[in-house]
Design a protein around this ligand. Structure first.
Ligand code: AMP
Length: 349
C-alpha cells in the first residue's frame, strides 16, 4: 500500500494528505479547482469533476485505496471506483448521509433517537407536518444542505409558513420537530479494517450563523451521556461495516438524553482539536484506518478549545500567534471571503 486517492480538495483533504505523508503514504487529490488547499500539500492532483469517468479511471489506476473528504461525493462515482479498488468509508455511508430522511431512518433503525420528522414534497405536506408539530419545526432540504444553508426555522404557531417550501427551492425537503436542546455535542470515532473501534471524547460545539464556531473538550455532559454517544457511534460504524473516521452530531436535552442530528462519513470540523490535544489526530486515525494500520485508542492528553477562523477572523492571526499553548492551522486559501473557513486554532488548557 503506497498511494491514497482523496476525492475533494478542501482543508479536510489537505489535513488528511499531511497526516498521510507522515506515515510514508503518497496522496493524489481529485478536485476540479486548481491549486486547491489539499493539492498544495499532496503528491498530485487530477483536475476534473468528481464524476468524470476518465478521471476516476486515472485515479483508480494511480492509487491503492480511495477515500473522500466530503459527503456529497456522487455515490455512482464511489461505487464505480469500488469495483476496482477499496473505497473507504464504504459508498453505503455516502448514500445514508446524503439524504436527511434516509439518514434519520437509518439512525432510528440502529436504535438511535432523532428528531421526529416528515418528508416534505409540497407546501401542503409542510402545512400538515407543521400542524402535527404544533407549528414548530425546522424545514431543511433533504440533500446538499451544509452549515445551516437551505433551512427555515418555525419557532411558534405565529410563524407563517406561506411560500416556505418554494423559498427553499421547492426541492424534496424534511420538516424536523424542534429539539429544545441544552447543548450540542459531537463524537469522532473510527473503525479499522479488522473491526476495531476507537472513539475520541465528545466535544461540545457552539455554532454562529449556522457555522461551527468552537469545539470544547471535555463537553459539559455526564459520564452516562458520553457513554451513550460512544455506543451510538459504535452502532453506526458496525451497521455500515465501516472503515475510517466518522463524525456524529447530537443535541443534548436537559436530562442528558441524546438526539442524533447528523452523521458525516469523514473527518469532521468538530474533531480538529484532536491534532493538538491527542497524540494521534483524527486525520492520522483516518489514514491508519483506510490503509489497514492499527488504530490509536483516541486518548486525549489535554483539555482544549478549538476555534474556527472564518473570513476576516484570519486578521487576528497576530493575536493567536502571541497566545501560549495555541496550535494554529491555516488552509492555504488566499481570499478571505465571508463565511469561508480559513483556518482554525486550538488552545490547550
Ligand atoms: P444542521 O444543518 O442539521 O447541522 O443544523 C444546523 C443547526 O441548526 C444545528 O446545529 C442546530 O443548532 C440547529 N438545528 C438543526 N436542526 C434542529 C432541530 N430539529 N431542532 C432545533 N435546532 C435545530
Amino acid at each position: 500500500m503506497r498511494t491514497i486517492g482523496i476525492i475533494g480538495g478542501g482543508q479536510l483533504g489537505r489535513m488528511l494528505a499531511m497526516a498521510a505523508a507522515r506515515l510514508n503514504f503518497r496522496t493524489i487529490i481529485l478536485e476540479p479547482q486548481v491549486d486547491c488547499p489539499a493539492a498544495q500539500v499532496a503528491n498530485g492532483q487530477i483536475v476534473a469533476a468528481y464524476d468524470d469517468a476518465a478521471a476516476l479511471e486515472q485515479l483508480a489506476a494511480a492509487c491503492d485505496v480511495v477515500t473522500y473528504e466530503f459527503e456529497n461525493v456522487p455515490v455512482d462515482a464511489a461505487e464505480r471506483l469500488a469495483r476496482s479498488l477499496p473505497v473507504f468509508p464504504p459508498p453505503k455511508a455516502l448514500e445514508v448521509s446524503q439524504d436527511r430522511v434516509t439518514e434519520k431512518q437509518f439512525l432510528n433503525g440502529c436504535g438511535i433517537q432523532t428528531a421526529r420528522f416528515h418528508a416534505i414534497d409540497s407546501q401542503d405536506d409542510l402545512e400538515r407536518a407543521l400542524a402535527d408539530f404544533s407549528g414548530k419545526g425546522v424545514l431543511k432540504t433533504r440533500r446538499l444542505g451544509y452549515d445551516g444553508k437551505g433551512q427555515r426555522v418555525f419557532r411558534s404557531e405565529n410563524d407563517d409558513p406561506a411560500g416556505a417550501h418554494l423559498a427553499l427551492g421547492g426541492v424534496p425537503s424534511i420538516l424536523e420537530s424542534f429539539v429544545p436542546f441544552e447543548r450540542e455535542i459531537s463524537i469522532i470515532a473510527a473503525r479499522g479494517t479488522d473491526g476495531t473501534i476507537a472513539c475520541y471524547d465528545p466535544a461540545e460545539n457552539i455554532h454562529r450563523h449556522g457555522i461551527l464556531h468552537t469545539s470544547t473538550v471535555p463537553a459539559s455532559i455526564n459520564g452516562a451521556t458520553a457513554e451513550a454517544a460512544r455506543l451510538a457511534a459504535t452502532a453506526i460504524l458496525t451497521a455500515l461495516d465501516y472503515t475510517g473516521v466518522i463524525g456524529v452530531e447530537f443535541f443534548v436535552l436537559a436530562d442528558g438524553t441524546l438526539i442524533a442530528n447528523e452523521i458525516a462519513p469523514r473527518v469532521h470540523n468538530s474533531g480538529h482539536w484532536t491534532e493538538a490535544a491527542c497524540v494521534v489526530s483524527q486525520f492520522e486515525q483516518h489514514i491508519r484506518a483506510v490503509t489497514g494500520l492499527a488504530l490509536s485508542d483516541g486518548a486525549r492528553h489535554s483539555d482544549c478549545v478549538m476555534q474556527n477562523l472564518i473570513g476576516d477572523d484570519i486578521d487576528d492571526l497576530p493575536v493567536w500567534l502571541a497566545q501560549p499553548n495555541t496550535l494554529i492551522h491555516l488552509y492555504g486559501k488566499t481570499e478571505a471571503r465571508p463565511a469561508r473557513k480559513m483556518g482554525h486554532v486550538t488552545w490547550l488548557a
